[in-house]
Design a protein around this ligand. Structure first.
Ligand code: SF4
Length: 531
């Protein structure tokens, strides 16, 4: 084995997923695709399998580890599985490159892998020294060095590698997982927050990032990173850039042919797809104008869903994030035409209009509520995100967020996810303290409202028949994912060894806890198993 790639994404410090258990990301598959295209014999190992695959790791010449900055604990723990090999860290964790180098990683890939990684591997093969490669960090005798390089990858390099598809089989329960296929890299929101930052800097309202020429919006006279204050996407991955249609369709159909049941078109905003082509050669750094490229979106959605398993209701194509300000009747209708019955994720973050704008959001609160209503009417299932503990939060913002949350629920939001603010490195809100849990803060009434609304939504499932796919066996229980998306269902009855790998129908009999239901299988037929 020449190289192994360890996927530590979303594992925190536990070597196993702590959230989004059913998701298989696009990044590690892309790294695998890059290495395979260079002729390396390579394997991908999910972080929770490192103990089982320790001998494979020992036999590899190179170890590449992918993670986010919240996964540094796991990235440190996996270090004990090898000695004396060249190791490379990458993924969004690169913002903590100094920490990763001091942990013992030899190199850290800064930003996107397409440019530095092939060069880095070539240099390692040649003489074991990659310290001159652009966009790579390494440890010199004087300390960590970050080699400069382009801020983000552009065409023709951007989409020149094909993410590996076979690698999804490395993940337990892959046949029921949501497999992410990249369609847009980066984000079009180059607005910045106007709140005072942790180091005292504050927007001087020059308005460049809101009304300046597109090519100038990357610049801020006081150096505030672009995007919503809590989000690292535009600063780390640049403006929105759309992947060519053919490459997406090939990858999606290959995954569906393999037996994947759920493909997620991965994009910081699916409605950015093809918008960058409308402003070319300028970068897409405006989150509101031009409006969505309906032709590009229709070409994308009609092609990816044009597959027999999708037409037969055996497999599903889903989207994730949607910028509410880009949703109008036409957009909602188009999404409903191809994605009916699937979820759409919308960020509200705070329901206070002034706070919403001050965070750098491109939308208004009323646009969020309207988007939820339109998407629901078009047949999608809106999921809404909020964040507590953000800079600027106070009793008023909490009160207004409770009000907005009640409104999005009435407008048709299926589930509200309440996150705790995490100050990420490389974002405008870096340096703010991590807030206490919602129950111990001013956000407690918001926490209670969200809990109540979600409890009501969960209770609404009881007695209903839903379709699930069995992914694992826990004694006599089959742990199953709802199709196309929804709470986990623990199925009692039937034969778990037959149900794992199959899609089947379940009558929901109760709620175990938030996002976890229980049910019994019912005899409405099942389709072919994939395990
Ligand atoms: S955040 Fe920076 S670029 Fe944007 S308006 Fe304020 S000072 Fe100007």
């Amino acid at each position: 084995m020449d190289a192994v790639i360890l996927d530590c994404l979303a594992t925190g410090n536990r070597l196993r997923r702590v959230s989004t258990l059913d998701a298989i990301g696009a990044g590690p598959r892309l790294v695998l695709g890059i290495l395979k295209s260079m002729g390396y014999d390579t394997a991908l190992i999910p972080c929770n399998e490192v103990k089982k695959k320790a001998s494979l790791i020992r036999r590899a010449t190179y170890v590449l580890v992918s993670g986010m900055s919240t996964d540094l604990g796991s990235m440190e723990r996996v270090r004990k599985f090898w000695v004396g090999k060249s190791s490379v860290a990458g993924g969004p964790s690169f913002v903590d490159y100094d920490h990763l180098l001091r942990m013992g990683y030899d190199y850290v890939v800064i930003g996107e892998a397409e440019l530095p990684l092939p060069l880095l591997m070539e240099r390692l093969d040649e003489d074991g020294n990659a310290s001159s490669v652009p966009n790579v960090a390494w440890l010199s005798e004087e300390g960590p060095v970050r080699n400069p390089g382009p801020p983000y990858v552009t065409e023709p390099h951007l989409w020149r590698f094909t993410p590996d598809t076979e690698a999804v089989r490395s993940y337990p329960g892959w046949w029921g997982a949501r497999v992410y296929v990249e369609v847009v890299r980066g984000c079009s929101n180059f607005y910045r927050p106007t709140l005072r930052l942790a180091d005292g800097r504050r927007c001087v309202f020059c308005d460049i990032c809101r009304t300046g020429p597109l090519g100038k919006r990357g610049f801020c006279p006081i150096n505030i990173p672009p995007g919503c204050g809590y989000c690292s996407v535009p600063a780390l991955f640049g403006p929105a850039r759309s992947r060519p249609l053919r490459a997406i369709v090939d990858e999606v159909h290959e995954l569906l042919n393999m037996g994947v049941r759920r493909v997620v078109l991965s994009a910081p905003d699916i409605l950015d797809y093809g918008r960058d082509w409308l402003v070319k050669p300028e970068p897409l750094t405006d989150p509101r104008n031009p409006p969505p490229n309906l032709d590009a979106l229709e070409a994308l959605l009609s092609s990816v869903t044009d597959h027999p398993r999708v037409r037969d209701g055996e497999a599903y194509v889903l989207v994730e994030n949607i910028k509410p300000n880009l949703v109008n009747e036409e957009v909602a209708k188009l999404l409903g035409k191809y994605l009916r019955g699937t979820p759409a994720h919308i960020g509200l973050e705070t329901g206070d209009e002034e706070h919403h704008r001050a965070l750098g959001r491109p939308s208004t609160v009323s646009e969020v509520i309207r988007a939820v209503k339109l998407l629901k009417e078009a047949g999608l299932i809106p999921y809404v995100y909020i964040i507590h503990g953000l800079p600027g939060e106070n009793e008023r913002t909490v009160r207004n967020t409770i009000n907005a949350v009640e409104q999005v629920r009435r407008a048709g939001a299926e589930h509200i996810t309440l996150y705790r603010f995490t100050p990420l490195k490389g974002t405008a809100f870096e340096g703010f303290p991590r807030p206490p849990p919602a129950v111990k803060s001013v956000a407690r009434p918001l926490y209670e409202t969200v809990r109540r609304l979600n409890k009501e939504a969960n209770a609404g499932y009881v007695g209903k028949v839903v379709k699930v796919v069995g992914v694992s066996k826990l004694g006599n229980v089959t742990v199953s994912y709802m199709l196309p998306h929804g709470p986990v269902v623990r199925v009692k009855g039937g034969r778990p060894e037959e149900l794992v790998g199959s899609a089947f129908f379940v009558r929901v009999t109760g709620v175990i806890k938030e996002r976890v239901l229980e049910g019994v299988p019912i005899n409405r037929g099942r389709d072919i198993g994939m395990s």
